[in-house]
Design a protein around this ligand. Structure first.
Ligand SMILES: C[S@@+](CC[C@H](N)C(=O)[O-])C[C@H]1O[C@@H](n2cnc3c(N)ncnc32)[C@H](O)[C@@H]1O
Length: 208
C-alpha cells in the first residue's frame, strides 16, 4: 500500500493512498482498459471500493445502476451485494452493455445476477418497482441527475441509499445544485464523500 508509513498526508496523497489501498484486479483493469479504448471516463478505484462498501453495508439484494459503461462500477457493486443479489443496470448504449456483460462473465458473475436494460434512464426508471431497491448508483451525465434524483425516493426502500458520481468533474455546477436539493429534502440525509471528484450519497429516511 503506497503511502503507508507516511506520517502526514495531504489531500492529494490521501487520494493516491485511497486508490492504491484496494488495487483493482485483472478483471477490473481489463474493464477499465475497454472504457479507455472507448473514451469513457471511469471512477477511480477508491470510488468503486466505496460503492462495494455501501452495497455490503446495506446487505443489498437489489441495486439499480444508471450508466453501465464497460462494467467497472457494476463489478464493484456486484462484489458488495449478497451472493444472490441482482444488479439492474440501465444505459442508452447497448454496445457498452454487451461489453459490460463480458466483464461480468470474466468476474465470474452468473448471468442471472445482472439485468441489463438498454434505454434512456429517464424512460426506464419510472417503470421499475416501487421500494424495490436497496441502493441506486448513478454515474452518467450529471446534467440528467436532477431527473434521476426525483425517482430515487420512490425506487428506494426506507434506509436505502442513492449515490451520484461525476466521473469527469465537469458537471460540478449540476452536482452542487443536486447536493443543495438533497440538503433541503426531508426525504434524505445526504453526505458528500471526497472520493475522486466527489461521491454525493444520501440515505432515504423513513416517513415520519
Ligand atoms: C462514465 S460512463 C459509466 C461508467 C460506469 N458507471 C463505470 O464507471 O464503469 C457513462 C455511461 O453513461 C451513459 N450515459 C451517457 N449519458 C447518459 C444519460 N443522459 N443517461 C444515462 N446514461 C448516460 C453512457 O452510455 C456511458 O455508458
Amino acid at each position: 500500500m503506497a503511502g503507508i508509513g507516511t506520517e502526514h498526508l495531504d489531500a492529494q496523497a490521501t487520494a493516491a493512498l485511497a486508490d492504491a489501498f484496494l488495487a483493482e484486479d485483472d478483471v477490473l483493469r481489463a474493464a477499465r482498459a475497454r472504457a479507455a479504448e472507448n473514451g469513457l471516463p471511469v471512477l477511480p478505484p477508491a470510488a468503486g471500493a466505496a460503492l462495494r462498501f455501501l452495497a455490503a453495508l446495506l446487505d443489498a439484494r437489489s441495486v439499480v445502476e444508471v450508466g453501465t459503461g464497460t462494467g467497472v462500477t457494476g463489478i464493484w457493486l456486484l462484489r458488495g451485494m449478497r451472493p444472490d443479489g441482482v444488479l439492474t443496470s440501465v444505459d442508452p448504449d447497448p454496445d457498452y452493455q454487451r461489453t459490460a456483460r463480458t466483464a461480468y462473465a470474466e468476474a465470474g458473475v452468473p448471468a442471472n445476477r445482472a439485468r441489463l436494460i438498454a434505454g434512456r434512464p429517464i424512460e426506464v426508471l419510472p417503470r421499475l418497482t416501487d421500494g424495490g431497491y436497496d441502493l441506486m448508483s448513478v454515474c452518467a451525465d450529471p446534467l440528467s441527475y436532477a431527473d434521476f434524483s426525483r425517482e430515487a425516493p420512490r425506487l428506494l426502500r426506507d434506509g436505502g441509499v442513492v449515490v451520484f458520481a461525476d466521473p469527469t468533474g465537469r458537471g460540478a455546477a449540476a452536482m452542487r445544485e443536486l447536493g443543495q436539493s438533497l440538503v433541503e429534502s426531508e426525504d434524505f440525509a445526504p453526505v458528500l464523500l471526497p472520493i475522486g471528484t466527489g461521491l454525493l450519497a444520501a440515505t432515504k429516511r423513513p416517513a415520519r
